[in-house]
Ligand binder design. Structure first.
Ligand code: NAP
Length: 328
């Protein structure tokens, strides 16, 4: 375990917000969790790619555990137990390099393995819930390591039990994945289809395509601080969709569990806010779902700006959009 005092969290959050914690605790072995006092408040920091820091923190716990273990395999599948501290895209790279199928569409998502089940990360028609076998977590109430299988994680769209009943209780220590050895490629999303045309990509080509599509469409947090999608897509009833179609015939939408998913980026664009800037904060010029930090914006300024965007969408469409980013 490594302890550091009075740490500036600016390099540890992709928004690049300056905030401090009294103590940073870096965990190198899961058993070290047993030595910590959880009656004091704590925050688990992953890659800092889905958080908006609006205040200084007391204790920050960061996983530096990095193992990828093969638990079992046969000619068709492989089961891998991956430590919480492994960088998500390094695990995707490992899997693609070994010809394991299942997470290539989730290439280049910033984050750690420990964070991936929490919001059931998804991109290009893939969701991590479809390859998770089980999740292991440390229960801060009982101080025990618990294993929870996929079904009991209550996964749904950008959601899981870790955002609900187990919030502030479970510290994820590892995730076990079941990946496929036989070719199974998903190129259904329009951006991927357009990229390849008539060509059928292999696993490696698909990963490279997704990396370059993301690079071209999303602002680089190392240049302009951001947290990727700030909002979730809107899920609406049929009458709301019809109401919008009366005004915008070409509103994009997708069927979603007996309702309809409308891209929130489209809603924000229609309010005229794409590329809009207010002091040090704004909507990305590249992608309307992304709020960017143009300089030294504080978490509170970004939060206030996000509430302004939400109210604009509500006033225009009568739709309340939900944040994907966690406000700390
Ligand atoms: P896009 O292709 O411009 O599409 C806009 C939205 O429409 C997406 O968010 C996607 O929903 C939905 N969509 C598009 N094609 C669809 C289909 N065939 N079936 C169902 N829904 C469809 O999206 P984008 O903004 O460039 O993002 C591409 C992918 O990367 C998306 O899956 C997005 O979620 C993911 N992404 C995630 C983050 C993040 O920070 N979490 C950041 C950027 C992009 P879904 O979001 O449900 O896929």
């Amino acid at each position: 375990m490594k302890l550091s005092q009075n740490v500036n969290l600016k390099p540890y959050n992709t928004f690049g917000i300056e905030c401090y914690c009294n103590e940073m605790i870096e965990i190198e072995d899961d058993n070290e969790l047993l030595d910590l006092d959880f009656s004091q408040d704590f925050f688990i920091l992953g890659f800092g790619s889905n958080i908006l820091l609006s205040k200084n923190l007391n204790r920050v716990i960061k996983f530096q555990t990095k193992k990828i273990q093969i638990l079992s395999e046969n000619s068709e599948q492989i089961r891998l137990k991956v430590d919480a501290g492994v960088i998500w895209d390094e695990f995707v790279n490992y899997s693609v390099s070994n010809n394991y199928y299942g997470i290539e569409n989730l290439s280049a998502i910033p984050g750690t393995v420990g964070a991936c089940p929490i919001q059931n990360i998804g991109a290009y028609g893939a969701e991590v819930k479809d390859v998770i076998d089980k999740v292991e977590y440390f229960d801060v109430f009982t101080k025990q390591i618990i294993e929870i299988n996929n079904k009991n994680c209550n996964f749904s769209y950008r959601n899981s039990i870790f955002k609900q009943d187990l919030k502030n209780r479970a510290i994820i220590t590892s995730v076990t994945f079941m990946l496929q050895k036989n070719e199974k490629i998903n190129t259904n999303y329009a951006d991927i289809k357009n990229f390849f045309g008539d060509k059928n990509p292999n696993l490696f080509e698909l990963r490279q395509a997704i990396i370059s599509i993301r690079e071209s469409k999303l602002p680089d947090y190392k240049v302009l601080g951001n947290c990727g999608s700030f909002y979730q897509n809107a899920i609406v009833e049929k009458n709301k969709l019809l109401e919008i179609q009366n005004i915008y015939e070409n509103v994009p939408f997708f069927d979603f569990e007996n309702k309809f998913k409308i891209p929130t980026a489209w809603l924000i664009e229609k309010t005229g806010l794409k590329a809009y800037k207010q002091n040090k904060v704004g909507i990305s010029e590249k992608h309307a779902l992304i709020i960017v930090n143009y300089g030294e914006a504080s978490g509170k300024e970004i939060l206030k700006f996000s509430e302004f965007v939400e109210s604009k969408v509500f006033d225009t469409f009568g739709i309340k959009i939900d944040k994907e980013v966690n406000i700390i």
